[in-house]
Write a protein that binds this ligand. Structure first.
Ligand code: VG1
Ligand code: CO
Length: 552
């Protein structure tokens, strides 16, 4: 429906809300906080004010709009459409139904050369009116805005006095097609097309099809979140996996009442299926917005750090997109060092960045690395600028198709070749915010005296608060987690989460490297490190806690 009449721009006076600083990945708050009048609007206008400074006239530009379908998604999408029209964008690409995975938004921004995109998601956090909501801005390269941009947005939110919008744009977001309102063309686009085409360019679908045709069985748990439609289409319709391969494949606003967080605790159902004698050969799950992945074999859990290392090891042989080899591998600091050893063996570059995918963007753009990963079930490559859950599943399927070995076999062969990083992350959720801050401050004070001290059966050789200087743009990020490096190669890392919405979450990461072909018991190997880490932190004293809520 064409409506080229200039829409009436409505100026709405507003006042700043406190605490709109984006965290590790965008701004996340309780849904009810976001539902307050002007709350989301203030953020969106602040984003527009910041990007207009460099982009100039929005009339030349395209904005991608999508979300993970959680409670308040549709309302949020409509608010953004109205404001984007008022702010004069030339074109909006709106995901049909407002539903698009984070990596798919990244793919659309890149393929269509958009100025950027707004993603409504709180990712792996629970959804619903009493749970979490979030928003994040991705830039022209398809990746999360770097800290220079998120900080500028935060500064805007502190001084905003007005936003502009139009009265409800008459757009049916459930139907693909084009509408024009004033100077803005609004295209409601298929949420799968660009992303699925990209996957077909990267992977050898025929090889994966042959794997499924040979009787190979998998279960993909979409956790009632965004990847359901992508997995149904790619796995069952395109790659020939049996109907029923995808479970919990319908996105729900509350994710069925569960945390859409693919780990051993929140994906316990899937873990149980893989433990069954008659279970599938391969299991995978993705999170709320589709950027995380969990990989399971029969009675076998692949730790995310190992998954990154294994994909790096096999990429050149098993995945057509990497036929010419990898430029480099990058991982976040708390992620296990398994990938470092593969990079060394392959003679390629290796990078260690702070937590959060935004730090990989400049390395990928500069062609310094090809594959990236985080311990938090995040794996991805230079095909987009986000971690990508479905991509990781296709990468694993490619490796299994190429080697015709089981998940456990390929992982054990990897450990025989490279040794194994025994690794765990312990999360202590819902800690009192002040107590957590005091605990970390107390630990920080101890750093200078820790060198040479006994710890976890070895000695501390380095204790520091991780800081990182981006080798491409020279920007620096400080206080990115306290780390202890030990003489035997073990590590302990302490940091507070930047994605939670109530109280504080302490993340304690422990790692020990052994050349034992991976046969030891992970709990036993890590116990001395874990105990000393808790003691050093005075965890019990500050928080009253000793046991983690989630161990991954
Ligand atoms: C967590 C993870 C981090 C990840 C981030 C976003 O951050 O540790 O590795 O990048 O979530 O993931 P934090 O600050 O809570 O430790 V997602 O899938 O929620 O966008
Ligand atoms: Co996510």
């Amino acid at each position: 429906m064409a409506n080229t009449m200039k829409p009436e721009i409505i100026k709405v006076p507003t006042k700043p809300f406190e605490g709109q600083r984006p965290g590790t990945s965008g701004l996340r708050k309780k849904t009810r906080v976001f539902m307050q009048p002007n709350y989301l609007e203030n953020v969106v206008q602040s984003v527009f004010n910041v990007i207009r400074e460099t982009a100039g006239d929005f009339g030349q530009h395209m904005l991608v709009i999508g979300g993970d379908g959680r409670y308040y998604n549709r309302e949020g999408i409509k608010i953004i459409i109205n404001m984007a029209v008022a702010n004069g964008f030339g074109r909006l690409l709106v995901a049909r139904g407002g539903l698009m995975s984070t990596p798919a938004v990244s793919a659309v921004i890149r393929r269509r050369s958009a100025l950027g995109g707004l993603i409504l998601s709180a990712s792996h956090n629970a959804g619903g009116i009493d749970e979490d909501f979030g928003i994040k801005y991705n830039i022209h390269n398809g990746g999360p805005a770097p800290e220079s941009v998120t900080e500028a947005i935060y500064e805007q939110t502190k001084k905003i006095t007005e936003y502009i919008t139009i009265s409800e744009a008459n757009v049916d977001i459930d139907r693909e097609g084009s509408t024009r309102i004033g100077q803005t063309q609004i295209d409601v686009i298929n949420s799968l097309t660009d992303y699925c085409e990209l996957m077909e360019e990267l992977f050898d679908f025929e090889s994966i099809r042959r794997l499924f045709a040979s009787g190979f069985r998998m279960t993909f748990d979409a956790m009632h979140a965004i990847t359901g439609p992508y997995a149904h289409h790619l796995l069952e319709e395109r790659l020939g996996a049996a109907q029923g391969t995808v479970v919990k494949g319908t996105p729900l606003p509350d994710f069925g009442g569960h945390h859409p967080d693919p780990n051993l605790v929140y994906a316990a159902d899937l873990v149980a299926r893989l433990a069954d004698d008659n279970g599938p050969d391969f299991g995978a799950a993705c999170d709320g917005d589709g950027d995380r992945n969990l990989i399971l074999g029969r009675r076998f859990f692949v730790s995310p750090g190992d998954s990154l290392a294994l994909i790096a090891e096999h990429a050149k042989d098993a995945i057509p997109a990497f036929r010419d080899g990898l430029a480099g591998v990058a991982r976040s600091m708390p992620t296990s060092t398994a990938a470092d050893r593969v990079a060394q063996e392959l003679g390629i570059k290796f990078y260690e960045t702070p937590t959060g995918w935004k730090f990989f963007g400049s390395l990928l753009d500069a062609g310094l690395c090809t594959i990236c990963g985080e311990e938090s079930f995040g794996t991805g490559s230079n095909h987009v600028r986000e971690k990508d859950g479905v991509w990781a599943v296709l990468a694993w399927l490619s490796i299994l198709a190429h080697t015709r070995k089981s998940v456990e076999q390929v992982m054990r062969e990897h450990w025989r070749r490279f040794g194994r990083s025994y690794y765990q992350r312990h999360d202590f959720e819902g800690i009192d915010t002040d107590a957590a801050a005091r605990m970390i401050a107390a630990l920080r004070e101890k750093i200078p005296g820790l060198n040479g001290k006994d710890f976890g059966g070895s000695k501390i050789t380095t204790a520091d608060d991780f800081s990182y200087t981006d080798p491409v743009d020279g920007s620096t990020a400080t206080k990115q987690g306290i780390r202890l490096l030990l003489a035997d190669g073990s590590r302990a890392v302490f940091r507070l989460s930047g994605t939670g919405t109530s109280g504080a979450t302490l993340r304690l990461y422990v790692e020990r490297y052994l050349r034992d072909e991976g046969v030891s018991d992970v709990n036993q190997i890590l116990a001395p490190l874990l105990n000393d880490a808790k003691d050093l932190l005075r965890l019990k004293e500050f928080t009253g806690r000793d046991k983690a809520n989630v161990v991954t």
